[in-house]
Design a protein around this ligand. Structure first.
Ligand code: SF4
Length: 295
């Protein structure tokens, strides 16, 4: 794996905690080898060249320790918004695990997005972090259909395995749920997919399932996505172009009906699906740490 130079690791969330209550962002890795054909991180807005090749940041843990030790507010640190923190290189290099050790040492909270079962290696640390601060794990699942997932997320473990990971996290009392993003027009925008996803999330003990019920197609992502769906479903890229032209946000044509179905299914299984409610449910005040920071 190549290591690249950097001066900073953590940045303050520019969304003011509106996205899953996150206070700080960081990406310990650049690029991702999981090959999801719809991946938004391929966009040239993020300036990640050779996206399928994983790189890490030189001295990432030393820089992170300096940053964590200098911050007064022990907020929730997000791992992996532009790359999966549990990519195949993590098994060898343990950079994500090293960062979790520092998060535990300095008393911060953590938010992790992943599609990998490697997260189960770090359950011990997640439990310890959760004793003093807030933890939320989002297992990213686009469809419950293993065969379809193999086509659109070729290098990722199957959805069945991801639901099993979710169950394992919940069996260990770690706050976790499903990130059902994106919903792909003409492919996963149907009631069966929604019903199965919510049912399986519930059976796996998920606390929540969150979706925006659509997808984004930025520059570079659009070209890559069309090239791949054309191989899987000849002619489908023409349908996309006819309906969405150059739109950034591509919502399913039956968006309202699907969203209504989704909310009804979530209510049926008592699963949270509203962002504000998810944040309220998992993110508790941290009085002991706040008190310490006063002195
Ligand atoms: S796992 Fe996430 S970051 Fe990696 S290719 Fe898939 S969507 Fe992109």
């Amino acid at each position: 794996m190549e290591f690249i130079k950097t001066r900073t690791i953590m940045t303050k969330s520019d969304q003011g905690s509106r996205w899953f209550g996150i206070d700080y962002h960081m990406n310990l890795y650049k690029g991702c080898s999981y090959g999801c054909i719809f991946c938004d991180s391929r966009s040239d807005s993020y300036h990640i060249k050779n996206f399928d090749c994983i790189r890490s940041k030189e001295n990432a843990l030393e820089i992170l320790e300096q940053e964590l030790s200098s911050k007064q507010y022990k907020g929730v640190v997000s791992f992996g918004t532009l790359s999966d923190p549990y990519n195949p290189e993590e098994e060898k290099y343990e950079i994500t695990r090293g960062a979790l050790l520092l998060i535990r040492k300095y008393g911060f909270g953590v938010s992790i997005d992943t599609k990998s079962d490697l997260i189960m290696r770090d359950i011990d640390l997640l439990k310890e972090i959760q004793e003093n601060n807030n933890v939320i794990i989002k297992i990213s699942i686009t469809t419950s259909d293993d065969a379809l997932a193999k086509k659109i997320e070729p290098n990722v473990i199957s959805p069945s395995r991801r639901f099993a990971v979710l169950k394992c996290l919940r069996d260990n009392n770690i706050y976790a749920g499903v990130l059902m993003m994106p919903v792909l027009p003409f492919i996963t925008d149907n009631e069966d997919t929604i019903t199965n996803m919510v049912e399986k999330a519930s059976q796996s003990g998920a606390k929540f399932i969150y979706t925006k019920m659509g997808m984004t197609l930025r520059n570079k992502v659009r070209e890559y996505y069309y090239e791949h769906i054309e191989k899987l479903y000849p002619g489908l890229s023409n349908d996309y172009q006819a309906v969405y032209e150059k739109n950034l946000v591509c919502n399913p044509l039956n968006y309202k009906k699907l969203l209504e179905k989704f909310v009804n299914e979530c209510n049926k299984y008592h699963l949270l699906c509203d962002m504000a409610e998810i944040i309220k449910d998992y993110k508790k005040p941290i009085p002991r740490l706040q008190q310490i920071s006063l002195f």
